[in-house]
Every structure is written in structure tokens, then in C-alpha cells.
Design a protein around this ligand. Structure first.
Ligand SMILES: [Zn+2]
Length: 265
């Protein structure tokens, strides 16, 4: 990798590339589609990523993001082939790889509209899309849904998400909830850090997998709102005091390292 890259950008690139490989390892891929994006820290952009006190409008025309090169499978993503783009999806780092600006539309709306959204992840896993297509969506019936009490937002399907005018409606649907079910479409999570976002998306994915399996067998046993609320309070994986997903993420990075450490290139 280019040695002139700011150390914080280098760290963000290695962490994001590792995350793409984790998604590939878990089977959370959709051929060459879908994205995981991060906003580069202000140490890299000279304050452009500042997220403080702007009333929730984190949009800054100078903010910079990393995204996967369009056309590569997640298993081919490396720290150096990640593409640096601006808030409009324009390439900033002279990368030879194209990006999918249409695919960045949803991510841009969230990064620019939610000050704390440093990382955005979106998947089309079968379980995630299946629950997104289900009337009633995610239902309070399993260990994982119980840990997401009050955390899941829904956004109605408006077609392929390439039109920027959907952004404000998407933000309105999301409110402040970090887990999002895009109806008829897929799953999305955003967070302050990549590991935190991963922990949220992983829990949502597991909730959908278990619901799909349960509902295919028959009627599920409901979990009361009271129990679910307590589970969510007791759940450790989102809490900064308990690593906010960092420990889990680190363990999966070690697994990727044993399989193929070429993502660091
Ligand atoms: Zn999608």
C-alpha cells in the first residue's frame, strides 16, 4: 500500500478490508453487489468528518469515505483496492477501480444525514430479505430479536435505491435506530464504529435466520415486550463498556487471518 497514506486512513482501510473478508467468510455476499462503507476520521480529512454538535446533520461536502471497488467479490477486496470517494460518490484517490455510485446512494444518505453514522453496512442475505418481505417483519419470538427491542426501523420499498430524493424519507424512517429493515429489499445497520455496526447487523441477521427457520416449522412462541426490553438492556455486544463488538470482530479477523491475510495488502 502507498506509504504516504495517513496512518488513520491506513488503519481504516485494513479494518474495512478485513470486514469485507469476514462477510465473504460468513456468506453475506451478493455477487459483486452491496456495500460496507466507512467515513474517514477527521484526522485524515482535516476535520471534515467532524460529527459534533451539528444537530444531526453530519453532511459535509469535504467528508471522505471508503467503499469496495465495483466489480470485485468481497473475497477480492484489499486495503489498497478500497476506493476513496466524496459524499457524491466521486473517486478521490485516482483509483483504477470504478465505484457503483448508484449503490452508494443509500449509504450517502445515512453517512451525510446521521452525524454518528461512521459505518454503514447493507446485505441481501436470504434470511434478511425473506424477513424484509414478510408482513409483520421481524417478530418478537427469539433470543436475537429480544436483544433488538426498540432498535429496528422499517423503510418501505420504493424500488432500486438509486434516487437521492429517497434519502430524506429513509432518514425519517430510520430516526435514531441503528438496525434497519428495508422492506422487500434487505438489511442495513449503521454505527459509530465498524465493530459496533457489525455487532448490530450480526444480531439482526441471526434474528432473521432463526425466525425464518422457526416460521417454516410452525407457530413461534412469542417473547413478551417486557422480557425483550430486559434482554436488550442486558445484552453486552452493543455496549461500549463491553467492547461494543470489538472483541467479536477481533476474533473473526483472526479467523480471516488464518484463512487468507491478503486483505492487508
Ligand atoms: Zn440493496
Amino acid at each position: 500500500m502507498n506509504t504516504s497514506i495517513h496512518p488513520d486512513e491506513r488503519a481504516a482501510r485494513v479494518q474495512l478490508a478485513a470486514c469485507y473478508r469476514i462477510f465473504a467468510m460468513l456468506g453475506w455476499t451478493e455477487m459483486i453487489y452491496n456495500h460496507i462503507t466507512v467515513r474517514l476520521p477527521e484526522g485524515v480529512t482535516g476535520g471534515a468528518a467532524n460529527d459534533g454538535g451539528d444537530g444531526g446533520n453530519g453532511g459535509n461536502s469535504a467528508a471522505q469515505f471508503l467503499i469496495n471497488p465495483f466489480g470485485l467479490h468481497y473475497s477480492e477486496v484489499t486495503a489498497s483496492n478500497l476506493v476513496k470517494i466524496d459524499a457524491q460518490g466521486r473517486v478521490l484517490d485516482g483509483s483504477a477501480h470504478p465505484v457503483n455510485p448508484a449503490g452508494f446512494t443509500v449509504h450517502a444518505a445515512i453517512h451525510n444525514g446521521l452525524a454518528g453514522a461512521h459505518c454503514v453496512m447493507h446485505t441481501h442475505t436470504t434470511a434478511g430479505v425473506a424477513v424484509a418481505c414478510l408482513e409483520g417483519g421481524l417478530q418478537q419470538t427469539n433470543f436475537y430479536t429480544a436483544q433488538l427491542h426498540g432498535m429496528v426501523a422499517y423503510h418501505d420499498f420504493e424500488g432500486i435505491t438509486i434516487h437521492a430524493d429517497e434519502g430524506p424519507r429513509l432518514l425519517q424512517s430510520i430516526g435514531s435506530r441503528n438496525a434497519v429493515i428495508l422492506r422487500n429489499h434487505g438489511l442495513l445497520a449503521w454505527g459509530h464504529t465498524l465493530p459496533q455496526t457489525f455487532a448490530i447487523l450480526w444480531t439482526l441477521q441471526r434474528a432473521c435466520e432463526i425466525q425464518m427457520a422457526t416460521f417454516s416449522m410452525g407457530r413461534a412462541i412469542p417473547v413478551s415486550e417486557e422480557i425483550a426490553a430486559r434482554c436488550t438492556r442486558d445484552a453486552l455486544q452493543f455496549s461500549p463498556a463491553h467492547g461494543a463488538g470489538q472483541d467479536v470482530f477481533n476474533a473473526l479477523v483472526r479467523q480471516v487471518d488464518r484463512l487468507d491475510a491478503s486483505y492487508k495488502n
